[in-house]
Ligand binder design. Structure first.
Ligand SMILES: [Zn+2]
Ligand SMILES: [Zn+2]
Length: 135
């Protein structure tokens, strides 16, 4: 373990790569991006992603099996995203009332909620507009 400082910054490199992308990235995308920078093992990427999720700095989008940087440092268990099926653009939505409403719903039904990522699939404003113009 001679390269402790290098090791410590792996997750920062993964975070920076994710942040530089305007679209969700898969672990495979990230590995491709970071290989020239010395990260060659998939497990390194997965470990970094896990750590970043635990720290609440990124979210995992289950349907895409991809990851995005959290755009809002202060929210608890529930994250919401709109995902454009045409351009792949993804936006994190923060609507505290709705989010705490969902948490309350879980609590009322006795469900112990760890975390939730709500995904809305459809067309972003730009893509919806482009589709209208063509017709
Ligand atoms: Zn978030
Ligand atoms: Zn779009």
């Amino acid at each position: 373990m001679k390269r402790d400082t290098q090791h410590a910054s792996n997750h920062e490199m993964v975070f920076a790569a994710l942040r530089s992308s305007n679209k969700p990235m898969t672990a495979y995308n990230l590995l491709g991006r970071l290989r020239p920078r010395g990260i060659t093992a998939p497990t390194t990427v997965y470990r970094a992603l896990e750590r970043l999720i635990e720290a609440g700095r990124i979210h995992r989008l289950e349907s895409l099996n991809a990851f995005v940087v959290c755009g809002h440092p202060h929210h608890d268990t529930i994250a919401m995203f709109s995902i454009c099926s045409r351009c792949g653009g993804t936006e994190e939505i923060v609507e505290p009332k709705l989010q705490s409403g969902i948490a309350a719903l879980a609590e009322r039904s006795g469900f112990k909620l760890n975390h939730a990522v709500l995904e809305m699939h459809g067309r972003c404003k730009a893509c919806a507009g482009a589709a209208r113009q063509r017709n």
